[in-house]
Design a protein around this ligand. Structure first.
Ligand SMILES: [Zn+2]
Length: 287
């Protein structure tokens, strides 16, 4: 089966490099990722754009919008697309114009907003011009939701319930809740269930190498909340496979999602739903 990884990273972020070296043990490079994709039948990965400057690690108040995949040289390999990232601290007209220029590129398939890493709610006025661009260019907005991979994040901004208001105000835009709002997945499930334009990716739910992933996956309790939420949501067709690579290697993460999702929905979760949410990827994967 062809697969799409709806959430990964290829940016020079210090905490990703440390995690790759000490915890997930992946080769954090373009070649390293493409090798894992090749071995596992992944035909496309969607990178979440993020950058950090020397002054401050991510979340970086000084990073320019759009934040991209600064490990990937243009032209992008055909297996890689991306979502330019937004830094609300620097979102002036010049930044919006630059974001719009990015969205004209075929490989820019969505927009990433980092709730919690940046202290603004999804419905904050600062993001309204971004939603207008999403509408105009027919791309989804991806939100970070749930736990922040930095203790400088502020969790209240990353709660999945805060997406409901935006989803109602912008029915013509699709939204993808990254990480399903974990650990608040039951709230995430309600927002996905109730709003036809809200989807969720299942990336980043565990961090580590194959042994660590197996330990969590096979625990009777570690993912009880997630299984509860997926069952309650009862919309497996609105879930997307994503790895959050380099936080975990592709294969053990893939096995985890395969075991989590009923087989009847594998084609949706691993491939078809990504085409629904990110219409611009269709020519990239289907020629
Ligand atoms: Zn991520």
């Amino acid at each position: 089966m062809k697969m799409i990884d709806a959430h990964m990273h290829l940016s020079h972020i210090e905490s990703f490099k440390e995690t790759a070296a000490a915890r997930s043990l992946v080769d954090y490079s373009v070649e390293g990722l493409l090798r894992e994709y090749e071995e596992n039948g992944v035909v496309l990965g969607i990178g979440m754009g993020v950058t950090e400057t020397d002054g401050e690690g991510f979340p970086d108040r000084g990073a320019a919008t759009p934040m991209g995949l600064d490990m990937v040289e243009s032209p992008f390999p055909p297996q890689i697309a991306y979502c330019p990232g937004v830094n609300p601290h620097t979102l002036d007209q010049k930044a919006l114009d630059a974001l719009e220029r990015d969205l004209r590129r075929p490989e820019a398939v969505g927009i990433k907003i980092y709730l919690g890493y940046y202290p603004f709610y999804a419905y904050d006025d600062v993001y309204q011009p971004v939603y207008e661009l999403a509408k105009q260019y027919k791309v989804p907005v991806v939100y970070h939701t749930g736990d922040t991979y930095s203790e400088r994040g502020l969790l209240k901004y990353a709660h999945p319930l805060t997406i409901d208001e935006v989803a109602v105000a912008h029915r013509e835009v699709n939204f993808m809740m990254a990480h399903f709002g974990d650990p608040w997945v039951l709230d995430g499930a309600e927002v996905v269930y109730k709003n036809r334009n809200v989807f969720a990716d299942l990336s980043g739910l565990m961090v580590g190498d194959a042994a660590e992933c197996a330990r969590h996956k096979d625990s009777p309790v570690f993912f009880a909340h997630l299984r509860h939420a997926l069952t309650y949501c009862d919309h497996y067709d609105k879930m997307l496979f994503g790895t959050d690579w380099p936080l975990a290697p592709v294969r053990p993460y893939l096995q985890f999602v395969q075991e989590l999702i009923p087989e009847a929905y594998h084609e949706d979760v691993f491939y078809k739903t990504a085409l629904r949410v990110f219409p611009k990827i269709t020519p990239l994967v289907e020629g």
